[in-house]
Design a protein around this ligand. Sequence first.
Ligand SMILES: [Zn+2]
Length: 425
Amino acid sequence: MEMIGHGGKEIIERVMSKDAALKRVAELKAAKVKTLDVRLQMATEIIDIAYGFFSPLEGFMTKADVESVCNNMTLADGKTVWSIPIIYDISSEDLEKSGIKQYDEVLLTYTGNPFAIFDIADIFTFDKKEVAMKVYGTTEEKHPGAKRTYQYQDKFLGGKITLLSPPKINEPFTRFWLTPKQMRERFKEKGWEMIINHQTRNVPHTGHEWLMKGAYLGAYGSMMVDKPRGGILVNAIIGSKRAGDYIDEAIILCQEAQGKYGYFREDTFLTTCSLWDMRYAGPREAIFHACLRTNLGCTHHMFGRDHAGVGSYYDPYDAHRIFDRLPKGSLNITPIFNLDWWFCPVCDEVTYMGFCGHKDKKASFSGTLIRSIIQDGVKPPRRIFRPEVFDMIMECAEKYGFGNAFVTEDYLKRRNPVFTIEPLK
Ligand SMILES: [Zn+2]
């Protein structure tokens, strides 16, 4: 299978074998190289870089990349489309204390265990307000992406990353986390040539189900019944959570349930997850999702209403329009734009805004409505929620959510981590 990723280059994999890593760590320790312990936010992105989720990035961005991403939506090469800065921050005090200088090789640890090597190519600062404005279109701190930018410390390190110790992905995520190379192998096993990605951070109601079915029909046109040539990849985003989000465990297991219980044939449906902290950058995040899924080997990507948006920062279809502004051929994935699907009591089915003439009677699948259905815990009609999916939400709330299907402070404190880095041995 072809291993060409975003930007037309071979998928990056910067992961050392165990023997090489053990030897390297011993050498680094003997040479008393500088060490930094990274927090979860950085650890997540180090894993993404090392396995090629962010190909062609080989490390954290330098100042030239950050500026180019902000100003031109490309990497510093001026060609490769990239929409969100991938940055490593450090406080001035820690930087000074560590004595880290340009061109140093730094040993990164996570939860105290050797994790990665960081080759420092650049040490820099930038104006956070300017970055927030250019990437998120706002300087307001209540925008979660802008807030994350302001929370970065004041110095930044750019340079290549090499992973020393692969993450142990914990249950129930283990079977869902596939690296870009593994993902492509899986597609090959399934005989898929066209892969339509569905981006999600939700448990699926029938509105989502029909979004996917509509995209499938749109991408395929006519097809032979016995020869599926491709399928739908649900790639759930697992990462930093905000109170009120669905818990990660419910998202992934409920998505899988749609295939398990036959709402999609198993030979045309696959559920996986990727690690990413949503920035809610709307249109720019849509572009980022397109790059990420190109690296996973997808050929098509669905973009719905207000894709990756938050509040009223973006027009609901800005994330569609932005694709028109990219130079032709700069992305190697075909966007599929979804308009609104809703439940119509007159048609008595889930329907599409292009079909249903009872717009004033429609029942939109609003977040608030779905949330209240779930919080009541009373099984809704199967036209709204598949009963097996609904049962799985309830099961996950009990098993993983401390009684709640939505993120609470309690969940954030007590949940099992998605991944751990174990001692090298
Ligand atoms: Zn209707």
